[in-house]
Each structure stands twice: as structure tokens, then as C-alpha cells.
Design a protein around this ligand. Structure first.
Ligand SMILES: Cc1cc2nc3c(=O)[nH]c(=O)nc-3n(C[C@H](O)[C@H](O)[C@H](O)COP(=O)(O)OP(=O)(O)OC[C@H]3O[C@@H](n4cnc5c(N)ncnc54)[C@H](O)[C@@H]3O)c2cc1C
Length: 395
């Protein structure tokens, strides 16, 4: 997070959401980063000999924006929901959930709904993806699109690759989109946005833990070999070379207990993002099977018309709010919102301060335990998960 005090901009790495926007926006090359060798996270700093105090970095930083949702129930009731998937079985099978994100990107470019798309392209070194600008002359193949990458990827580091175009689609997580939309609105006549629903990005230690569950010891992020977090059915597998672990098992502790989250994720209140369409997993309403699906959340008429134009490629079944509610896990979003002020260090109420501290320290202790003990039988992690007290319930 970029903040200002006494007319001087400075970085609070403890609240950084790892989008990379501040580095990309600076015309003077004054925001620098080094990647932390243990966590794989960007450690940002401002070079005061180059900084001209223009404030662009602070202005674009998503961590500075209020993303809290005050009434989650009425927010969610106002949306339109579908259960959906790509009509191509192989795309469904290999994608993160139902392959709708990649279908919108690729078929949207092919059909001329967009003439530019900014999203991730795969790379061969950590974090294994970077921001890339696709056009109708440069349409990716389905296999070129990355599945969900849960360790943080600073998508916006490369946002200057976006070229002027008529109809631009930006694809990213809520924090990435907040800054991207601000940057990209002057690059096009019409801006569309597709949000990858996200409650938390992870640091490398989460990947290391998941790799251990799969039977591989990763020494550092430089030694990560080929991997894929999702795909191969739903909810799919985490694959490291020839070893794999079922996603339901891999996600149990890190995601369920919010371990190894990017610090700035604690102050993000809106996992749906500000977008035309958001995509998420159909937890609790879709059974484990060979082919995935998405829950599709439509925020406005632009979202509705994109889906309508792509109806030859995407199968959609309307879902009522009642049908989708168990997927949304509103309690979790609500309690996260209540703790934002604690993580921003502006909470005065003793009860919230107390719960916040318990939540934070329990996570730290679990992280230490999980990383320092050898791989245990699955039952151990299941029991551990059951024993953990959810302090957030007390809010
Ligand atoms: C960090 C993260 C956390 C998530 N948390 C949840 C959750 O708590 N609950 C839930 O229901 N769903 C969550 N999701 C969304 C879910 O995993 C799927 O990404 C979503 O359902 C879209 O599936 P798909 O098959 O349509 O995507 P695909 O067709 O497989 O396409 C994936 C798209 O996501 C983009 N992408 C992948 N990783 C990243 C990244 N790190 N940053 C930016 N863009 C990325 C790719 O470039 C591609 O455009 C999360 C995703 C991410 C990346």
C-alpha cells in the first residue's frame, strides 16, 4: 500500500495487495521491488532520489480504496446468477472451474466483441505468468490461458502493454481490476471487465505446503518445477511434475484457514470486484466430477450482453439467489469485512481488537506448525482443521 505522510509517499508492505500497479504507473522509475526469497512476494520501496512527489502511485493503489461491503445480503440479492460452463467438454475439464473465463477471452476476440484483452500469459519462471495484451491479430489458444494461480501474480506490472483500442476487456482479481480499470479507461472507447472472484491470494509458502502434500519438497520459489493448480475435473488437482494432490485436500487448510495469505488481502472486503461479470467456483452446489462449472455473477447489462453474444460457446442455467446462497458463503465475507479496520490498525473497539489478534496469531501459529512438521497422513490435517476455532464467528 502506498501512503503519504508529511508530504512524503511511502510503502506499507504489510498492507500491499501485490498488484504491481505502483511500479508500472511511475514515470520516473522511482518505485522499486525485490522479490522476497522466502515468500515470493514483492517487497516495494520508493527511491527518493527519483521520486517527484506526483502521487500517481498512491492514487492508483487499490489498497487505498474502500472495498468494504456494508450489507452483504442486499449486495448479493441485487445480482443475477447462472451456473455455467464452456460447451466444449475438454475445455471444461482442463480449465480451473468451467472454462468460462477463457471462453469469454478467446471467443470474445474472435467474434469481435473486444478488440483487445489484457490478462495473464504463462511464463516459465515464478510466478509463472505475467500481464499480456491480446488483440484480434494475436488471439491465444485455449491452452495458452493460465488456470487459477493462487500464489500472487503482479498482473499490473505490465499494464503499459495495453494499446489503444475500441473495446477492451480486462481480466483480473478485484484488487488488480480496481487499478487496471483506472489505468485502462483512457486506452479505449469501451471498457469491459471480468473479475476472477478472489477472497485471498497466497504467498509461495502456501504452494510449498501444497507441494509437500503432493509429495514434493520445494526448497525455494526458484526451484518450483512445472505445476498446475487446477484442472483435470472438478474441483481438480494440484499437479507438480508427475505428482498430484486433490484440490479439495490441497485447499483444506491454506484456504479454509486463510494461511499464507498476501497481507493486503486482509483489507479487501469485496471478493466479487467491480466488474461486468464475476466468475467463481460452484462450491456446495456442484459435485466432484470430470467436468467443471462456474457460478457466473452478472453485475449489469454489459455483462448480460457479453454472455448473450457468446451463447453458442457457453451453456448457462439461471440460478435463484436462494440456490446460489450456499456457494457465496456470506458469513465469511461479512466477518472479513468486519475485521478490515483491525488489519488497517484503526479499530478502537476492544472486542474486535481482541478477536482480530486471536485470528491473526492463530493463523501464524498454524503456518509455523504446518511448514515445520514433515508430511503427515491426510487424517492429521483433517483433524487439525476440525480443531481450529473460528474466532471470526464471535464477531
Ligand atoms: C487467487 C485466486 C483466488 C480465488 N479464490 C476463489 C474462492 O475463494 N472461491 C471461489 O469460488 N473461486 C475462487 N477463485 C476463482 C476460481 O478459482 C476460478 O478462477 C474461476 O471460477 C474462473 O474459472 P474458469 O474455469 O472460468 O477460468 P479459466 O478459464 O481457467 O481462466 C482462468 C482465468 O483467470 C486468470 N487468472 C488465473 N490466476 C490469476 C491470478 N492470480 N491473477 C489474475 N488472473 C488470474 C487467467 O489469466 C484466466 O484468464 C480464485 C481465483 C484466483 C486466481
Amino acid at each position: 500500500m502506498i501512503a503519504i505522510q508529511n508530504n512524503k509517499y511511502y510503502v506499507i508492505n504489510d498492507l500491499c495487495q501485490q498488484c504491481g500497479s505502483c511500479v508500472a504507473i511511475c514515470n520516473k522509475d522511482a518505485v522499486k521491488y525485490i522479490r522476497d526469497e522466502r515468500t515470493g512476494l514483492l517487497n516495494l520501496s520508493i527511491q527518493y532520489d527519483k521520486c517527484i512527489n506526483c502521487g500517481l502511485c498512491e492514487n492508483i493503489c487499490p489498497a487505498n480504496k474502500d472495498t468494504s461491503i456494508s450489507n452483504i445480503e442486499s449486495y448479493c440479492q441485487s445480482k443475477t446468477y447462472y451456473l455455467g460452463h464452456s460447451k466444449e467438454l475438454l475445455i471444461r475439464k482442463n480449465a480451473s472451474s468451467g472454462g468460462i473465463a477463457r471462453t469469454i477471452i478467446i471467443e470474445g476476440l474472435r467474434c469481435g466483441i473486444f478488440d483487445g484483452v489484457y490478462t495473464l500469459i504463462k511464463t516459465d519462471k515464478y510466478p509463472f505468468a505475467e500481464g499480456y495484451f491480446y488483440t484480434k491479430d494475436n488471439i491465444p489458444n485455449y491452452g495458452d490461458i493460465s488456470n487459477s494461480i493462487y500464489h500472487s501474480v503482479p498482473l499490473n506490472l505490465d499494464m503499459r502493454r495495453i494499446q489503444k483500442c475500441e473495446k477492451l476487456l480486462i481480466v483480473g482479481t478485484p484488487c488488480q481490476l480496481l487499478s487496471l480499470s483506472q489505468f485502462a479507461k483512457n486506452k479505449c472507447h469501451q471498457l469491459f471487465s471480468l473479475c476472477i472472484f478472489c477472497k485471498q491470494q497466497k504467498n509461495f509458502l502456501s504452494t510449498k505446503f501444497i507441494a509437500r502434500l503432493a509429495g514434493i519438497e520445494l526448497k525455494s520459489f526458484n526451484t518450483v518445477r512445472s505445476y498446475s493448480y487446477r484442472g483435470n475435473g472438478w474441483p481438480g488437482y494440484c499437479t507438480f511434475d508427475d505428482k498430484k494432490v486433490f484440490w479439495g485436500v490441497a485447499a483444506l487448510l491454506p484456504f479454509g484457514q486463510k494461511l499464507w495469505s498476501v497481507p493486503g488481502c486482509d483489507i479487501c472486503g469485496n471478493p466479487f470486484g467491480v466488474a461486468d461479470i464475476s466468475l467463481m467456483d460452484p462450491w456446495n452446489i456442484h459435485k466432484k466430477n470430470d467436468y467443471g462449472s462456474n457460478v457466473v455473477i452478472v453485475h449489469n447489462t454489459y455483462g448480460e450482453s457479453i454472455l448473450n453474444l457468446l451463447k453458442d460457446y457457453i451453456e448457462l442455467t439461471p440460478l435463484s439467489y436462494k440456490e446460489v446462497k450456499s456457494t457465496l458463503m456470506l458469513d465469511d465475507i461479512e466477518s472479513k469485512n468486519k475485521l478490515i479496520s483491525f488489519y488497517q490498525k484503526r479499530e478502537n473497539k476492544l472486542k474486535l481488537q481482541f478477536i482480530g489478534k486471536l485470528d491473526k496469531y492463530q493463523r501464524r501459529i498454524l503456518e509455523i506448525i504446518c511448514l515445520n512438521i514433515p508430511k503427515m497422513p491426510l487424517m492429521f490435517y483433517r483433524i487439525l482443521n476440525k480443531l481450529i476455532f473460528n474466532f471470526r464467528k464471535l464477531i
